[in-house]
Design a protein around this ligand. Structure first.
Ligand SMILES: Cc1cc2nc3c(=O)[nH]c(=O)nc-3n(C[C@H](O)[C@H](O)[C@H](O)COP(=O)(O)O)c2cc1C
Length: 189
């Protein structure tokens, strides 16, 4: 196998989630920003990060309120996901523009997106200035899911949410399941 090295190193860690992050201020304004530079950083306590450029309208809302919500998009929300990432809350009400509904969150004052199958409420713990982006390291303080993905026993079926992956500029459907955690070492029956 032979490999070619790119002239310059860059961001090539894909696939990853692209999410709609909601935020708000104490004057009753709220906004949605699409974020791909996001991920899980700790299981216990549950912690995540989002990286946001200072010039984004959302930046100060997140910094000053210290809160945000990560809303996972299902396939039918892909258009809104892209649109919230190509328009600014400085000029448009993105909830209206993207056809999304503000919903009250459980633990934070930032709103959630009613149509999102999964909403992860976060409280900022630390802001790291890295370069183009500042990283908001945050505690997950609440997770809520659309009840239509719960079965009669109350178990949540994430595979039914039709979540979207982001791969080098493209929004992609999740493919078929190849295996499940630990399948490589599981004893065959
Ligand atoms: C798929 C996608 C991923 C994006 N990821 C990020 C990101 O991780 N960080 C960031 O600061 N901006 C990111 N953006 C750009 C912002 O979403 C975009 O500049 C948006 O218009 C900012 O909104 P605001 O000005 O209302 O805050 C992304 C945009 C798209 C479409």
């Amino acid at each position: 196998m032979s490999k070619t090295e790119f002239d310059k190193p860059g961001n090539f860690l894909y696939p990853l989630p692209a999410v709609m992050v909601t935020c708000g201020d104490d004057k009753g304004n709220s906004n949605i920003i699409t974020i791909a530079w996001t991920g899980t950083v700790c299981s216990d306590p549950p912690m995540v990060y989002i990286s946001v450029r200072k010039e984004r309208y959302s930046y100060n809302m997140i910094k000053e309120s210290g809160e945000f919500v990560i809303n996972l998009p299902s396939e039918d929300l892909t258009y809104a996901l892209d649109r919230a990432g190509c328009t600014t809350g400085a000029k448009v009400d993105k909830f209206e523009d993207c056809g999304l509904t503000r919903a009250e969150s459980f633990k934070v004052s930032a709103p959630s997106i009613a149509e999102a199958p999964v909403c992860i409420e976060c409280r900022v713990r630390q802001i790291l200035e890295l370069g183009t982006h500042d990283m908001f390291l945050a505690d997950v303080v609440s997770v809520s899911v659309d009840e239509k993905y719960l079965d009669e026993k109350g178990a949540f079926h994430m595979d039914r949410c039709n979540l979207v992956a982001y791969e080098h500029g493209a929004y992609r459907k999740m493919a078929d399941t190849i295996g499940t955690f630990g399948y490589s070492v599981r004893k065959k029956k």
